[in-house]
Design a protein around this ligand. Structure first.
Ligand code: PLP
Length: 391
């Protein structure tokens, strides 16, 4: 299996078949498991083998299939599936940190990630230093000999800054710090984060892994030692585990993720190039455009620009008019869905931030985030152009 291409792993890795030898993965909707004898129960509580389960919060065959499949796809030794992306971010950080530890984080973060770093960790005595994630000198200055972890989103939301995983990892590892990457926008298809130096990779499976907007989920990926020794004890006792039904949805999502995100990224490239060439918007941000500040890094780190672009309509009034004029694009806040979704970050996902912080992160009043779906690229571009003309 190790020689398989990602696309093959996404379909076959991690399969566990029951005595019926079913083709499609079974959903084991059970909380518990029966032991033949009291001695067998005792033995399993002392040490459970690979295919021995105790309670669904600890592990479940369907969930284990998902964990093994996504770990194979990412090139990680192991994974722990979680109830949501935020349970994964929180679990990765909280399971390994203790009072007195120091963390360096990129400042441009998804709102809930920022809440964990700024409000939760600090409440328990963890010191957090925020830096501009694209500035390697800032990382170097902030990382100290006592830095325990660095955290960043490999592509930031919604301004799509790309962070240099290999270079930041090198700086972090020189100080003995663990590199934790929230890799949602890169997707497991375009990511080589572990090979590039990340120690721990976190996904919200809610996004591209489900890919059809149905279920919340997440996963923490890393070494066997980190996942089973540090993450699993924390997650199984604090209750953020993935449900077997969700794991089945995510397994089915992984079977098609390669085809989906490649199509979405190809369409995003067409839309970004088309809108930039039109010249009617004050800004078109897409890591796959030559005009993007990290275009060269994007090419080496991911190969493509991803499935999300952001545009600036110039003002909130123009942005709202544009959004309200769209026919195909839906106004919502998920991403990675089959349906193309338009979001106004300043008034929704990033509403909580002060105007000053929004300013410093480039979240302008006119900014619209576009998550590209699976519709026809020409239809999507025509819908945007018509709405832009009205706005
Ligand atoms: C959506 C998202 C999360 C949170 O995931 P949920 O599944 O909604 O909990 C975390 N990080 C990033 C970058 C995201 O886009």
């Amino acid at each position: 299996m190790n020689t398989w291409n990602k696309r093959t792993k996404a379909v076959h890795a991690g399969i566990r078949r029951s005595q019926y030898n079913e083709v499609s993965e079974a959903i084991f909707l059970t909380q518990g498991f029966v032991y033949d004898t009291a001695e067998a129960a005792e033995a399993r509580f002392i040490e459970a083998g690979e295919d021995e389960f105790i309670y669904a919060r600890y592990g479940n065959p369907t969930v284990a299939m998902f964990e093994d499949r996504i770990a194979a796809l990412e090139g990680a030794e192991d994974g722990f599936a979680t109830a949501s992306g935020m349970a994964a971010v929180n679990g990765a950080l909280t399971s390994m940190l203790r009072a007195g530890d120091h963390v360096v984080s990129a400042r441009a973060l998804f709102g809930s990630c920022l809440y964990i770093l700024e409000e939760v960790l600090t409440r328990f005595g963890v010191e957090v230093t925020f830096v501009d994630g694209t500035d390697l000198a800032a990382w170097e200055a902030a990382i100290r000999p006592d830095t325990k972890a660095v955290f960043f989103e490999s592509i930031s939301n919604p301004t799509l800054e790309v962070i240099d995983i290999a270079s930041v990892s090198k700086l972090a590892h020189a100080a003995g710090a663990t590199v934790i990457v929230d890799n949602v926008f890169a997707t497991p298809v375009f990511s080589d984060a572990i090979a590039q130096g990340a120690d721990v990779v976190v996904y919200s499976a809610t996004k591209h892994i489900d890919g059809q907007g149905r279920a919340l989920g997440g996963v923490i990926l890393g070494t066997k030692e980190f996942i089973r020794g540090t993450v699993e004890p924390y997650m199984k006792h604090t209750g953020g585990s993935m449900s077997p039904f969700t794991a089945w949805v995510m397994l089915k999502g992984l079977e098609t993720i390669d085809l989906r995100v490649r199509a979405q990224a190809a369409t995003a490239q067409v839309l970004a190039e088309g809108l930039e060439a039109d010249g009617t918007l004050s800004n078109v941000i897409y890591p796959g455009l030559n005009s993007h500040a990290q275009a060269a890094l994007t090419a080496t780190q991911m190969g493509v620009g991803g499935t999300v672009l952001s545009i600036d309509a110039g003002s909130q009034k123009a942005a709202f008019a544009l959004l309200n004029a769209l026919d195909i694009w839906t106004i919502s806040n998920n991403l990675g869905d089959a349906k193309s979704i338009a979001t106004h970050p300043a008034t929704t996902t990033h509403q909580r931030l002060s105007d000053e912080t929004k300013d410093s992160l480039g979240i302008t009043p006119g900014l619209i985030r576009l998550s590209v779906g699976l519709e026809d690229a020409g239809d999507l571009l025509a819908d945007l152009r018509r709405a832009i003309a009205i706005s």
